[in-house]
Design a protein around this ligand. Structure first.
Ligand code: FES
Length: 233
């Protein structure tokens, strides 16, 4: 499937925020307009940001997904799908949003979106997970992880990075918040995780993206019980 967006040209920061969009997301044409008409484009991006200011994050995320499907930008859909999940939207809610937008999207775009979603192999969209109530899942023996250690594990079809510091555990989804790449164990160096696809860099102590990108790792709530570490999804 052809993606209409291309990488930003050199000379523009990939991390500066402009409303909902970042230059990392934008096409060469938009980047050109930002340089050629900075004031006008600044108004445009402020408009986009203000337009969603009265909406809760989940609603904003669902509308962003629908606009990416309408424009059929595969890279944008992958990115905003991950954000929607990170903002708390369930797979069932995303599917409902797409189906409710049927009068605008039509069946062809919805099927295109489902093809993209299936290619991403997101565990949330597995048929036996759709509509399932969130629950606590057993991960590992809490004491098997040393303070300062990070371990990548797979549980129930989901890749996870588990980090332990002096006071708490943190559990992150291994799917990159940029375009859903399943980040492998080899991407880990000390407390830094670098996605092999486009090089977004994450700090496993906080989950924050510290270079190249602008979205954090998706974190799952966790707790210990009877010496076991559990996570909620
Ligand atoms: S998918 Fe692009 S940096 Fe991870």
């Amino acid at each position: 499937m052809v993606d209409r967006k291309r990488r930003a040209p050199p000379g523009l920061s990939s991390t500066r925020r402009m409303g909902e969009a970042t230059e990392h997301d934008m096409s060469d044409a938009l980047n050109y307009l930002v340089k050629a008409r900075p004031q006008t484009m600044g108004h445009y991006f402020r408009f986009l940001k203000e337009a969603g200011s009265q909406l809760d994050p989940k609603t904003r995320a669902l509308i962003s997904v629908i606009t990416k499907v309408h424009a059929q930008t595969e890279r944008g859909l992958r990115q905003y799908l991950k954000r929607a999940l990170a903002d708390g939207c369930s797979a069932a809610e995303i599917l409902d949003a797409l189906l409710m937008a049927f009068p605008a999207l039509g069946l062809t775009r919805i099927v295109w979106a489902i093809d993209v979603i299936l290619a991403m192999d997101l565990p949330e969209f597995a048929l036996d997970h759709i509509g399932a109530e969130p629950a606590w899942h057993d991960l590992l023996d809490a004491e098997s992880l040393a303070v300062g250690e990070t371990r990548r594990i797979d549980r129930e079809g989901r890749g996870l990075f588990v980090f332990r510091d002096t006071s708490r555990f943190r559990v992150y989804d291994s799917l990159c918040p940029h375009q859903g790449t399943n980040i492998p164990h080899l991407a880990l160096q000390g407390e830094t995780l670098t996605c092999p696809k486009h090089g977004w860099v994450f700090d496993v102590a906080s989950g924050h993206c510290v270079a190249e990108g602008d979205a954090p790792l998706r974190e799952h709530e966790c707790r210990t019980e009877g010496g076991r570490l559990l996570a909620f999804w």
